[in-house]
Structures are given as C-alpha cells and as structure tokens.
Design a protein around this ligand. Structure first.
Ligand SMILES: O=C(O)CCC(=O)C(=O)O
Length: 260
C-alpha cells in the first residue's frame, strides 16, 4: 500500500503553467502568514476497497479535495497486446498541433499527442483546439472496458506517448470548460511504469496558503487511475521526467466532453 504514497520534494517543469494557483480554489483555511511550523500537514488516506464489477481490487486514494481510485485493469499479457496495437494503429498529431502555448510563447510538446472521439466535439488545451480523430477499434475496446469497470461513459480520449523518461508532462489541472461538470477522467497507462504526482493548488509556490503533502503514485502497465470530482478543482498533476526510464509509455485519458 505504501508504495502508492511517497512523500518528498516535487520536481516542477515549466510546461503548462497556464493554470496558476487560484486562491478562491484553495480549500484551505490556514492564513498566509502562518509560520512553516504552524502550518498543518493534511493526511492522505489510501484504502483498499474492492467494490465495482472488476477482477482486481480498487485502491481508493484520498486527501483534502482529492478523490481517486486506482486498479490494474489489464493483466500483463492483455496489456502487452494492447500496447502493441496502440503502437501500430494510433496516428499522432503532426505540425502545428505538436506545439503548445505557455505564457504566450509556443513550445514543442515534450511527448507525442493525439485526440480521438465522437465527431463534432472539440477540446481546447494549452492554447490549441483539437478536433478528435474518429474512434479506431483498439481505442473502442479499451474505452468499453473502462466504461464497464467504472459505470461511466466517455466520448473523447487524449493520448500521450512518452518515448522514454525524458518525455514528460508539466503540472496542470484538467479543468477545461468543455469537460462535463463533475465528470471523472479515466487515465489508462501502458508501457513503462512512471511516477505521477498530485500537488494541491493551495500549497504551490512561495505564496502557498498552507502545506499539504503531495500525493505520489506509480502508474503501472495496464493500470487505470480514476480522477473523480473534485480532484481537478483543487489538485494539479504532472508526469515528471525520469532520465533513468528508457522504455516508452502510452497514456490515454478518457473524458466526457460537452458538445459545443
Ligand atoms: O501521462 C499521464 O499519465 C498524464 C496525462 C495527463 O496528465 C493528462 O492527460 O492530463
């Protein structure tokens, strides 16, 4: 259990800092001028709780305003096969769609990216509006498994491919206005195991309102992480670089996007 909770300093990346801490978002009653010693460290609870119709147990991950569930959705053989299919069939964006805007400047995305989903939907993210490509069979099969395991439906998926541990994703929240209010985000991972870090908005930076421990997970091959409401309201998440990771990883975040 403890392997899902590793306390320590976060390494931040400059990418995607368009979402700055918003004080009105901070669910934190501590005063700004409290000394470091007086600031409370809020507890993180991680519980085993088998509940939904699914072969493997779910781990419930809880902290102040954070509500996540984690499980292994696909066993190794199945996950290996799906990873190979994704490598063969997913076509990543090229050209302008491989850049994103941070503080008004354009940067190359430090990974490959693409969106698939129902026709007519759009999703604006870091200054770029994406229209999804039509679903392909391997994505439909993964989506259907996620839907069965979670009893939620999804009409859109953002896929990120990290060629190795140099590729990463900076700290951000998934709070785009196109997301259906209170809908969960289902994050499925294949390939290299990577660290994944949540940090509460109220405890970021020099102007931190209080100290809340980051929540650190390791996302395994074949795993599913459910980020439930209100996690993305209060917590930022990132996939930091890990230079020692040599193998590729593919992550799919299934979302529920509202029609324009
Ligand atoms: O690759 C990951 O696990 C991170 C994906 C992510 O943060 C996102 O899609 O918003």
């Amino acid at each position: 259990m403890d392997k899902f909770l590793v306390r320590g300093a976060l390494k931040l990346t400059p990418e995607k800092r368009k979402h700055q801490p918003e004080e009105e978002d901070a669910d934190c009653t501590n005063k700004k001028n409290e000394t470091e010693e007086k600031r409370p460290t809020l507890p993180v609870a991680i519980l085993d709780e088998p509940r939904r119709m699914h072969a493997n147990p779910w781990r419930e991950i809880r902290a102040e305003g954070l509500n996540c569930s984690y499980t292994i959705l696909f066993g190794k053989a199945k996950a290996d096969g799906l990873f190979q299919e994704l490598e063969k069939d997913v076509e990543y964006f090229k050209g302008e769609l491989t850049k994103l805007q941070v503080f008004g400047k354009w940067h190359n995305i430090p990974r490959r990216q693409v969106t698939y989903g129902d026709s007519g939907l759009t999703y604006t993210y870091s200054g770029v509006t994406f229209s999804p490509k039509p679903w392909i069979p391997v994505l439909e099969r993964i989506r259907d498994q996620v839907q069965l395991a979670t009893s939620h439906t999804f009409n859109f998926v953002l896929i990120n491919r990290y060629k190795d541990g140099h590729d990463h994703m900076g700290e951000h929240r998934d709070d785009e206005r196109e997301l259906a209010p209170r809908s969960p985000i289902a994050s499925v991972s294949f390939g290299a195991r990577r660290d994944f870090v949540f940090r509460h908005g109220a405890s970021r930076g020099r102007r931190a309102l209080c100290r809340i421990e980051p929540v650190r997970l390791q996302l395994e091959h074949g795993s599913l992480l459910m980020m439930n409401f209100p996690t993305n309201r209060y917590w930022y998440h990132s996939l930091p670089s890990r230079k020692k990771v040599l193998a590729p990883r593919i992550n799919l975040t299934f979302r529920n996007v509202m029609a324009a």
